[in-house]
Design a protein around this ligand. Structure first.
Ligand SMILES: O=C(O)CCC(=O)C(=O)O
Ligand SMILES: [Fe+2]
Length: 291
C-alpha cells in the first residue's frame, strides 16, 4: 500500500507546464525541449473556435469512424482544413505556434512546412489510443534523440479533461532511447480549457485519452515538419493550386508552395513553387531559402 501511494505521488508530480497566451515562444520552446510538450492556455478565443466548428461540422458529419484501432473506430478524422475552414488557417499560422516552430524546427533545417490538418473527434466510449510518437509517420525511422523533425499541436475545441479523453502525454519521453515502451501509468492528461493548445514534439510519447463521457471530445490537430520530409497529409491534393492561389502568400508557402532548401521542390525550369500560384513573384531559380 505504502509503496503504491509513493508511486502515485511521484508520477502525479510530473505534469505539463502551462503558459499564458502572451508567453514568449522561446520560453514555451524551452519547456518543450525539457518535457517534450507544453500547454498555452486560451491561445485562441472562443469566437474563432465557434467559427471553426461551424465551418467543419458539415464535413465532420459526413466523416465515418476510423477503420483501425489506431485511428479509433469511434473517432472521426476530417482533414483538408486549410481548404475547408478559413478559421483553421488562423490556427495554422498562429504566431505563438510558428514562433515555437522557428525555435525548434528552424534550428534543424532551412525551412519547415505544414504536415497535416485534422479535426479529431473522439466519440463516447472510445478507449485510449495506443501511445506513440508522431514522427513514426516516417516509416518509424529512428531520428537522433534531441533532433526534432516535427511539432504537433492539439487545439481544444471543448475543455479537455481526464474524463472526456484529454490527450495523454508521457513527459520527458522525447529523450527515451528506442526500445523503451511507456504504459498508461506513465501518462498525464493534457487538461486544458477550450481554445488552449497542447504543443509537443514528434518524438514524445502520447495518445488520445479514453473518452468516458457521454459527449464527443473534439480537437483541431495541426502539425508541422522539416521542409525536407514528406508531408503526412498531401497538401497539393488537399489544397490544390486553384485554392492555394487565393490564400495569403505566407500561408501558401507554409503549406508547401515554396522551395524547402536550395533546390528542393522546384518545378518546370528550376522555378520556385510559389510561382505556380503567383507568376509575378518572378523566377529567381535556385537560391538559399530564408527560413
Ligand atoms: O486526439 C488526440 O488527443 C491525440 C491523437 C493522436 O495523437 C494521433 O492521432 O496521432
Ligand atoms: Fe499522435
Amino acid at each position: 500500500m505504502l509503496t503504491n501511494a509513493k508511486l502515485t505521488i511521484s508520477i502525479g508530480g510530473m505534469s505539463l507546464q502551462h503558459f499564458p497566451p502572451n508567453a514568449a515562444p522561446a520560453d514555451v520552446a524551452a519547456a518543450i525541449r525539457r518535457d517534450g510538450a507544453a500547454i498555452v492556455d486560451r491561445a485562441a478565443d472562443g469566437e474563432l473556435i465557434d467559427r471553426i466548428v461551424a465551418e467543419t461540422t458539415p464535413y465532420l458529419d459526413a466523416t465515418a469512424g476510423g477503420s483501425d484501432g489506431f485511428s479509433g473506430r469511434r473517432t472521426r478524422r476530417t482533414g483538408a482544413l486549410i481548404a475547408r475552414s478559413p478559421g483553421s488557417r488562423e490556427l495554422a499560422a498562429h504566431p505563438m505556434v510558428l514562433g515555437v516552430c522557428d525555435e525548434i524546427l528552424g534550428a534543424n533545417a532551412s525551412s519547415y512546412q505544414l504536415h497535416l490538418t485534422q479535426i479529431i473527434d473522439i466519440g463516447p466510449g472510445e478507449p485510449a489510443q495506443m501511445l506513440h510518437r508522431d514522427h513514426w509517420a516516417w516509416d518509424a525511422f529512428d531520428f537522433p534523440l534531441g533532433f526534432e523533425v516535427e511539432i504537433s499541436t492539439i487545439w481544444a475545441v471543448q475543455d479537455f479533461t481526464d474524463h472526456n479523453g484529454a490527450t495523454r502525454v508521457v513527459p520527458g519521453s522525447h529523450l527515451w532511447e528506442g526500445g523503451r515502451t511507456p504504459t498508461q501509468e506513465d501518462t498525464v492528461p493534457a487538461e486544458m480549457e477550450r481554445g488552449s493548445v497542447l504543443v509537443y514534439t514528434g518524438s514524445v510519447f502520447h495518445g488520445g485519452g479514453a473518452n468516458r463521457s457521454d459527449r464527443s471530445r473534439a480537437a483541431v490537430n495541426i502539425d508541422y515538419c522539416l521542409g525536407w520530409l514528406r508531408q503526412e497529409e498531401n497538401q497539393y491534393l488537399s489544397c490544390p493550386p486553384e485554392v492555394a492561389r487565393e490564400l495569403p502568400v505566407e500561408l501558401a508557402k507554409l503549406i508547401g508552395y515554396r522551395r524547402a532548401a536550395f533546390a528542393l521542390g522546384y518545378f518546370g525550369d528550376t522555378q520556385d513553387p510559389i510561382e505556380a500560384l503567383h507568376p509575378e513573384l518572378g523566377s529567381r531559380g535556385f537560391a538559399i531559402v530564408d527560413r
